[in-house]
Structures are given as C-alpha cells and as structure tokens.
Design a protein around this ligand. Structure first.
Ligand code: SIN
Length: 492
C-alpha cells in the first residue's frame, strides 16, 4: 500500500533518492512562492508527493547559468565527460531497484517492467559515454591547389527536452546521454505526472560529479509556459520532444521564431501483421509484448493487428487465452502483468475506441470492463472483425485494446498498414524470405520489427517518418542532433 511520501521512502534502500524540489543548474530549489503540485499514484488515486512547481522565470535563470557552464563542459576532454557519465550510469544501475520502485509508484507499470526501463534508460548514458570519445570530424581534399578543408563537429550549446510520463526515465536519458556526451548543457522538463523519476536521476547526477549548471530538471505543472521559454529563449539551440503529434506541431511552430534545431519523437499507429506462414505461437508472444508493454501506453505499441485469413481464428483464440491470464493490478504487487492507466482521460480514450469498434460491428472476445474501485484500471480487451472505418484504425489508442483485422494478401495489407499519417514502428511475422524483404521494404515506417515485438535498444536509431517525427535517437546517429558541423577552409 502506497499513499504518501513516507510510505514511498520506506520502500527504498536509499530514501534520499526521493527528491521533491527542482534541480536548477545544480541547486535544489523550491518553486516561486513555495508553490507545489501533486503527484498521484495511478494504482490508488492518492497523492504520493507534492513537488515544487518551477516557474518560467526560474527556468530562464537555470538556462542562463547553463549557457556559461556549457562552455567549460565542452572544453573538457571527451574522456573526462565520458568518465563522469560512466559514474552516473553505474549509480543508476546500483540503484536500479529503488529507481524502479519510484517509477512504479508514480507511473504504474509493474515493478519488473520498471526495472527493465531503468536498465534501458541507463544504457543510453553508458552508450553515449562511450560515443563522447568518437565525435570524429573530417578532412576533405581541397577544391583548389592551395586549399585545405577540415570539418569540425562541435556541441550545439544548451539543449532543452520535454518528455512524457510513459517512460519517465528512459525518454530523458535517451536525450541527456547524447547531449552531455556532445558537450551540451541539458535542461529537462519531465512530465508533471512523473517528475520523481527524473529528480531521482538528478540526485544521482549530482553524486556522479556532473558540474553545476550542466543539468537542470524542471518539475512544473505549467507545461505551456516552460515550452514557450524553451522555444523563445535564444540561448536554447536545440529542442528535443517526445509526445503527441499535436503538441509536437505547436512546439515546432513556436521554435521556428529562433530557428532552433528540433527533434521530435511523436505519435504512432503501429501495424502488427501476422502472415499465414508465421510461427503463430511466436506471433502471439510478440503481439503480447508489443501491444501490452506498459499496458499499451507506448508510441511503438501495436495499434492495429492484421491477421491473414488462414490463421485468423487460431491467432485470435491463442492471443485471447494468453491475455486472459495476465493479472491486472498494482504494479508494486507481485505477479502483476498489467498496471493501471495513467489517468481517467486515458481510460476514457480506450473506452471510446472500444465503443466505436463495437458500434461498427466488432466482436468483443475478451475484456472491455473498467475495474471498479480506486485506481485507473481497465481489463485488456480484444475484438475481432475490426474494420478500417473504426477510430482505432486512424488514432493511437494508447491503452490495452487489441483490434484484430482480417486480410487476404500481401498487397492489401501493405496498403492498409501504410494508410495512416503516422510512420513510427511496424511489425510483421512471416517466414518466407522473399516476403520478408518485400514487406520490410514496403512499410513506410522508421522502424520495422520482423518476427519480434520488441525493437527498442540504445544501439539502433529510433524514430519515425511522416507525422511521427523528425530525427533519430540512440545509436551513433543519435549524437548528430546535438552537434553542429563547422567547415574550415584554409589557404596555405
Ligand atoms: C515511446 O513510447 O515513446 C518509447 C518506447 C521505447 O523507447 O521503446
């Protein structure tokens, strides 16, 4: 049972990891006029902490300190930056269990899954600590006999991030890792629903010896104020955002005033295709991982499941049986497979998609009920006979709703899968090699999972095409967004 800060702290080996003040340029600060905002436990609906509500003016102050600190940080040898980041990574892994408990308390995902997120999040710090030493420039043969051309890669300056509540740790580290490695300062605004995970990372960054000013973590209930400060402050040279396409569009418009570099990891509407030559048991397992990870609250979750007619019935039965065994409950309770949704609005959105599908002829074969009592719980829901006129075929549900669409052939399903404004992740299961290549090449997505439902890793470039975003995060490409190229033309 968890319903206040003391309770949360009592679950931790190191209670000092629970920080409730803002981390502004290396100092722990209250909000102006000691203002706070509440953080809820979605499994119980209770307030677990009151966190300092940092204002726009305080954010501007942290950004101007960051500007000075960044120059000193960038001048340090890459190996020194790398060593500090490595210590930060080690501290995250040493405190994995505690960080996971904090994460589950405010976000809801089952504890084991939260531990997985901490490992995933920390891996970006580890990976980019190594990449810091590999920011190579270039020499280009001169265009005239007396010319020598050198290309330098230099840090862009101060980078700002806005991140969502679904991955309160990993979405920040995936941006902070390359930024710090490149020699940038980093100002992060975590989601108001999940600031505690971000602030706990601030505690560890401080312990790791990250110089003051290089990292700020801005808890705030005033998302549009902070967003405006990031977009309008000329010191910020890079904005990185993970969240909805709708908000991404607003930020891009605001950021156009300062012509700053932007990377956007936005919404998805992932197709998950099962062909008749697929290993059906493997496809069921992959669909569960992909659809129900974080209870359907990821941008890369399967949103539309297309199953070829010859295996449709078998797949539907096997999926329904396996999902019926998944236990819904408090993420801090042993054996929970599906935690709560983040809030009531999230439940309403899933219910809207289910009701719409039912009204247009879908057949509910599992779930569909809100669990009565405290907390934001919904049973996982599967429908058959889904069709393309249903809301779910156009919009991301962001919850535990799996609609099964039936199709006849490859060309038909490729057309259906690509019929969306989004292009983040896609998945398919098949064995025939010609089919595998043809379909992988035809899917208009930044990420294609073939015979796997999990595609996330720090070593690969994560990101979307179309209205799913701009830029790539993770892999050696992930650092490019935090670097500027400078070409030096020398006459000798
Ligand atoms: C997301 O939902 O935005 C990220 C998911 C991931 O990194 O796997």
């Amino acid at each position: 049972m968890l319903d206040d800060l003391t309770n949360l702290q009592s679950l931790l080996k190191d209670p000092t990891l629970v920080a409730t003040k803002g981390y502004l340029a290396g100092e722990w600060c209250e909000g102006d006029n000691a203002q706070t905002f509440p953080v809820y436990n979605p499994a119980r609906g209770d307030i677990i902490a009151d966190v300092s509500d940092i204002s726009r003016a305080q954010t501007a102050e942290a950004i101007s300190i960051a500007e000075k600190a960044q120059k000193i940080w960038a001048d340090r040898p890459a190996k020194e930056r790398s060593n500090i980041m490595r210590i930060w990574y080690n501290l995250m892994m040493e405190n994995q269990e505690d960080l996971a408990t904090i994460l589950t308390a405010e976000q809801g995902k089952p504890l084991e899954e939260a531990k997985g997120e901490i490992g995933y999040g920390a891996s970006f710090i580890e990976f980019f600590a190594e990449e810091a030493k590999r920011i190579y420039g270039e020499t280009i043969p001169g265009h005239q006999a007396d010319k020598r051309i050198t290309v330098l890669k230099q840090p862009i300056g101060v980078a700002a991030s806005i991140t969502p509540w679904n991955f309160p740790n990993a979405m920040i580290t995936r941006k902070a890792g390359p930024a710090l490695a490149a020699g940038c300062a980093f100002v992060a605004r975590p989601a108001a629903e999940t600031p505690l995970s971000a602030l706990a990372m601030g505690v560890l960054a401080d312990r790791a010896g990250l110089p003051k000013g290089i990292l700020s973590i801005i808890p705030s209930s005033r998302s549009s104020d902070i967003g405006k400060e990031f977009c309008e402050n000329p010191i910020i040279r890079k904005l990185t955002f993970t969240g909805s396409t709708e908000v991404g569009r607003i930020l891009l418009k605001q950021a156009s005033e300062q012509i700053m570099k932007c990377s956007m990891e936005l919404g998805g509407n992932a197709p998950f295709i099962v062909f008749d030559d697929a290993d059906i048991d493997a496809a069921v397992e992959g669909a569960i991982l992909c659809k129900f990870r974080n209870n359907g609250q990821t941008c890369v979750c399967a949103n539309r499941i297309y199953v070829q007619s010859g295996v449709y019935k078998e797949f539907a039965e096997k999926l329904s049986l396996a999902v019926s065994k998944m236990k819904v409950g408090d993420g801090l309770t042993n054996g929970t497979a599906l935690g709560p949704l983040i809030n009531i609005e999230a439940i309403k959105k899933v219910q809207e998609h289910i009701a719409d599908a039912k009204s247009k002829g879908a057949n509910v074969i599992l779930g569909g009920e809100v669990v009565q009592g405290a907390g934001n719980f919904l049973t996982p829901t599967i429908v058959t006979e889904a069709t393309k006129d249903m809301l779910v075929s156009k919009e991301e549900t962001f919850g535990p709703f799996a609609p099964l669409f039936e199709f006849e052939n490859e060309d038909e399903v490729i057309e259906l899968a690509n019929d969306t404004i989004f292009g983040l992740a896609s998945y398919f299961y098949a064995k025939d090699l010609t089919r595998v290549y043809k379909v992988a090449e035809a899917l208009e997505y930044g990420i294609v999972g073939v015979n796997t439902g999990i595609i996330s890793t720090e070593v690969a470039p994560f990101g979307g095409v179309k209205q799913s975003g701009l830029g790539r995060e993770g892999s050696h490409h992930g650092i490019d967004d935090y670097l500027e190229m400078k070409y030096i033309c020398m006459s000798i």
